[in-house]
Design a protein around this ligand. Structure first.
Ligand code: GLN
Length: 494
């Protein structure tokens, strides 16, 4: 009771002093007019982080450091030398390396490990004077869709604290949802930016594979992983992508294509678009009726505005989840071989020789879901089964990509739900991995095809839980994707 009262009182005091901003431009305007400063902003977010500590969104807060950096940025603003992200206070998912700071991928196995270099995405944020306020909780090694596989426990959804945040970038999504920072970076292998964004009522963008450098991200499945923004607005997503995207000598998989000026390209869409929705997705029994109805509502709104919205058949839908899990677990089993108790983090105290160091450190250091995936991946790559599983899944990935691209030859966008359900209860179906894997059905198509996709917060269900819809488009067409997203978000809600 006492705790509750304390929380309620602090909430009201805080509400009086808080001003949450839809975009960084609003923040910068207030700074220019002397209405706030970067130091004040950082203090406000730190206050909010304390207030919402029980949501478990952060694994570590870089509080003192953020205040020092804020003074520095305020000075640069006065001198007129500040970067584009001056005033942007951002959180990073705890699988993104930041030199001199701990990074754990929410795993015990990285206990005590400190990054020896910064990821390219972090370097680029800092070069533009963003302030990194902390590292956010996530599913262990980004394996999960609920943040419940984290060694540090689940993240609670601010909209309903009995519900999951989504995952794997659950802490990042809740940090933005609850105003603990202006934006966050997540990573997305099969939906980990988009699905928590949908569950938390914020914007989540997975860029085209090869748009953003993976240098300094803790790898899960290297042919899928991408970092991207989680924000309150499309404007901030556009700005952050513009800053972090582009060629990098440290990552040969990044495209050399120029980065479009996304922020200059957000004027309302001119011209009528062709939008496909996947009929199998809408006809499936597993999709929540309120999500179906949201999709129908938006299809109708778009039609009324003169766009073409049509059903298309994607008969490979039932293969996307198995294909994704065969390929990602295979890649993960190889990527996670480096955590051996010798090079990084946790080492078992019970080890007596080299072999028992490997075995015991890995047995004690990895959680259950990570072990399951390492074993699955090792199995699908094993001599007797390689052709039957891994090689076949590669072929099906190609078919999924070709078919998706064929749809995108005829249509500008594909519109599908981000997730078949809103945020579910913490613990629900936790013992049934297959049920959990199937929940990724709408996010993994874009990941397998390598195309960009964005989740947009387009409403709440009758219980007040956020609902998201997803737009997919052609590779490297983020400029159009962002522009159309802004337009959709600005359509009248009723
Ligand atoms: N839920 C998916 C998985 O568990 C996606 C994870 C991710 O994108 N990192 O693999």
């Amino acid at each position: 009771m006492l705790v509750l009262c304390h929380r309620t009182i602090s909430f009201f005091i805080f509400a009086l002093m808080t001003k949450l901003y839809p975009t960084l431009s609003h923040i910068q305007a207030d700074i220019q007019q002397g209405k706030t400063s970067v130091v004040e902003l950082v203090e406000m977010y730190l206050h909010n982080i304390k207030l919402y500590e029980h949501l478990n969104a952060f694994n570590e807060v870089f509080g003192d450091e953020a205040v020092i950096m804020a003074h520095h940025v305020d000075l640069k603003i006065k001198q007129g030398t500040a970067g584009r992200l001056a005033g942007m206070v951002i959180a990073i998912k705890d699988n993104i390396c930041y030199k001199g700071h701990k990074v754990s991928a929410s795993s015990k196995i990285l206990d005590g490990f400190t990054s020896v270099f910064s990821s390219t995405v972090v370097e680029r944020l800092l070069a533009q004077d963003a302030i990194i306020i902390g590292r956010c909780n996530c599913d262990e090694f980004a394996m999960g869709g609920s943040n419940e596989t984290s060694y540090f426990g689940p993240v609670k959804n601010q909209a309903n604290e009995g519900r999951v945040s989504g995952g794997s970038s659950g802490g990042s999504a809740v940090a933005v949802q609850a105003g603990m920072c202006q934006a966050a970076l997540g990573t997305d292998t099969g939906g980990s930016i988009r699905q928590p964004a949908a569950f938390c009522g914020v914007v989540g963008l997975k860029p085209t594979y090869g748009r953003v450098s993976r240098y300094g991200l803790i790898a899960y499945a290297s042919s899928f992983d991408q970092a991207g923004p989680i924000t309150n607005s499309v404007e901030d997503a556009a700005l952050l992508l513009e800053v972090i995207a582009g060629a990098d000598e440290h990552d040969a998989t990044v495209a050399n294509l120029p980065v479009d000026p996304y922020t200059q390209n957000l004027q309302p869409t001119t011209g009528k678009k062709r939008i496909a929705y996947i009929s199998e997705a809408l006809n499936s029994d597993g999709v929540d009726p309120e999500i179906k109805s949201l999709l129908n509502t938006y299809s109708e709104k778009l039609r009324q505005d003169g766009h073409v919205v049509e059903p298309v058949s994607f008969d490979l839908l039932e293969y996307v989840v198995p294909t994704y899990y065969i390929l990602t677990t295979a890649e993960a089993s190889s990527n996670l071989a480096r955590f051996d108790g010798v090079h990084y983090g946790y080492r078992s105290r019970n080890a007596t020789d080299l072999e028992s160091t490997y075995k015991r450190s890995r047995s004690e250091g990895f959680g259950k879901e990570v072990k399951r995936r390492i074993m699955l991946g090792t199995f699908v790559l094993s001599a007797g089964y390689y052709d039957a599983y891994y090689a076949k899944a590669q072929k099906i990935r190609r078919m999924i990509r070709d078919k998706t691209n064929a749809i995108l030859q005829d249509y500008d966008f594909i519109l599908i739900p981000t997730s078949p359900t809103p945020a579910f209860e913490i613990g629900e179906n936790i013992t049934d991995p297959v049920v959990r894997y199937l929940a990724d059905i709408f996010t993994v198509q874009a990941s397998l095809a390598g195309i960009p996709a964005i989740s947009l917060p387009l409403g709440n269900n009758t219980d007040g839980l956020p609902l998201g819809l997803q737009l997919l488009t052609k590779s490297f067409a983020e400029a159009e994707l962002l522009r159309f997203s802004k337009y959709i978000l600005e359509l009248p809600k009723n």
